[in-house]
Design a protein around this ligand. Structure first.
Ligand SMILES: *Cc1c(COP(=O)(O)O)cnc(C)c1O
Length: 496
């Protein structure tokens, strides 16, 4: 092979890296500058999206300018713009500029934060930001913590620790099952997150051992029903293992009565895990601090900075006030990882299944420093204010109703077309509105099912969402409802 045909080795020259980086930043600057003129989403078929990409990998290098241009042309328009101020679906998590830049720094340094010695300042910063965030959400700063990729895995790890803390049961050593071993039971409300069930699958508990506790008229777990379920299980010879309470349920933002649930748990030595993935950080808003449950007593807690604290995906914080419970489940040190860094050092690999770990702490350090506690609080408070304002407007408007209310900025609403004769027709109308608006690209919404039926969910929490954006959303909702009314009652638009 001739010298000139040999593929280049080694990486790009730093000057080239810098020049491409400038091009990327310019593209992103423009993206954010014009984001309000960009559709939040565009309807496209699976085939259209797949057709954007050349299926064959290039044998020789593509020009970076071309890669960037193709990303702008073929990728970005076929995403949903989660950072768009009119994104109100699911939970409106958004990446802040400080967090976006931090992610570049994290990739550039590319350390593996598995043990203290593999990246000392990464472990030190992880301890630091975990302490800061514990304070923000009202959890003891002395608790063990760890940064993870998401709340689902955090809940799984917490439940592993709960299982391994059961006296007399040595699942970690002996495994589960065996004749005569008791059925381990897990309790969450009927509104609890599906990650609890996924954890039961992975733990080998089985879905049949997840007990769904009924909720009250505000979708909160009923502690009396929990107490009855635990008593019935004990009478049946089962072994209650843990309760998962939710602060900010996915469908309606309901707040389980954590203190009363805790009383039931204490009576039976039951582990209480709180899923505060959505609700946790809203405690920073002064008027919500008194409304949200006190979390200090719960055995473990998960909160999602990638949901509410403007951190780009993926970063979740798991806390456990039972010192060493996580490590008692997950510490397993092969010879090549044995180090002796000293007493104050934490080896974060001991607190989950993950060995190789990215430097997630840096983006939280940049975000908290980049906006300040007061700045973060002001931004969260603005979202809460915008949601309250929208709720008030909906409540005043004829033919609109609020099937479930939460102090958190998740607004549940439902349109009742004057011509609708059955609840099915009302469901269809609301489904039409969501489809209509999402197809318009103006706003992006998702839905849930409440006791009232199909319910439109409006999550307000994006760092860029302003009063004008929420006004635009409310106008779009009413416009869509009005269009629907023109078709009633002769031709109700049903979703096929
Ligand atoms: C978002 C959410 C989860 C799942 O979080 P991931 O980080 O996506 O795994 C779990 N529970 C609740 C209440 C949530 O809002």
């Amino acid at each position: 092979m001739g010298e000139q045909n040999r593929p280049e080795v080694g990486d790009w020259d730093p000057a080239r890296f810098e020049s491409h980086g400038e091009d990327l930043l310019r593209l992103l600057g423009d993206h954010f500058r014009h984001i309000r003129q960009t559709p939040v989403s565009r309807p496209s078929t699976v085939a259209e999206v797949l057709a954007q990409f050349d299926p064959a990998p290039p044998q020789t290098p593509d020009d970076f300018g071309q890669i960037l241009a193709d990303t702008e042309r073929a990728v970005i328009p076929h995403l949903v713009q989660w950072n768009h101020p009119s994104f109100h679906a699911y939970f409106a998590n958004s990446g802040s500029f400080a967090g976006i830049l931090a992610d570049t720094m994290i990739s550039a340094l590319n350390v593996n934060a598995m043990v203290w010695q593999s990246a000392p300042a990464a472990s030190a910063l992880e301890t630091l930001v975990l302490g800061w965030m514990a304070d923000m959400v009202g959890y003891p700063g002395s608790a063990d913590g760890v940064l993870l990729n998401g709340a689902s895995l955090a809940t799984f790890y917490a439940l592993v620790a709960a299982r391994d803390s059961l006296p007399g049961l040595r699942v970690r050593e002996q495994g589960i099952g065996g004749p005569g071993s008791p059925r381990l039971r897990l309790y969450t409300s009927e509104q609890g997150h599906s990650s609890v069930e996924k954890a039961a699958i992975a733990l080998g508990l089985g879905l049949d051992n997840v007990v769904r506790i009924t909720t009250d008229d505000q979708y909160r777990m009923r502690p009396e029903a929990l107490a009855e379920a635990v008593a019935a299980d004990l009478a049946a010879g089962h072994r209650p293992m843990a309760v998962v309470a939710t602060v900010g349920t996915t469908t309606t933002g309901a707040l389980d009565p954590v203190e009363r649930i805790h009383q039931v748990c204490r009576g039976h030595g039951l582990w209480l895990h709180v899923d505060g993935a959505y609700g946790g950080f809203w405690r920073m808003v002064p008027r919500l601090a008194g409304v949200l449950p006190d979390l200090r007593g719960c055995d473990s807690l998960v909160v999602n900075p990638h949901k509410c604290l403007y951190a780009p995906m993926e970063v979740t914080a798991l806390y456990c006030r039972r010192r060493d419970a996580l490590a008692n489940s997950f510490r397993l040190v092969p010879e090549y990882l044995r180090t002796d860094p000293g007493d104050a050092a934490t080896d974060f690999m001991d607190r989950s299944l993950q060995l190789g770990r990215s430097f997630r702490a840096l983006k939280l350090w940049w975000i908290i420093r980049g906006y300040g506690i007061q700045g973060l609080r002001a931004r969260l408070e603005r979202s809460a204010d915008l949601a309250d304002g929208l709720r008030e407007q909906v409540a005043r408007e004829p033919h609109w109703e609020i099937p479930a209310s939460s102090p958190l900025p998740l607004v549940c609403l439902r349109h009742r077309p004057p011509g609708a004769k059955t609840e099915e027709e009302v469901d269809c109308a609301n489904e039409s509105i969501v489809h209509d608006l999402n197809a318009s690209g103006e706003v992006f919404l998702s839905h849930g099912r409440t006791r009232a039926g199909y319910t439109i969910r409006v999550s307000i929490g994006n760092i860029r969402t302003s009063e004008e954006d929420v006004a635009k959303l409310w106008a779009a909702l009413r416009r869509s409802a009005a269009r629907l009314a023109e078709n009633y009652p002769s031709n109700p638009r049903m979703i096929e």
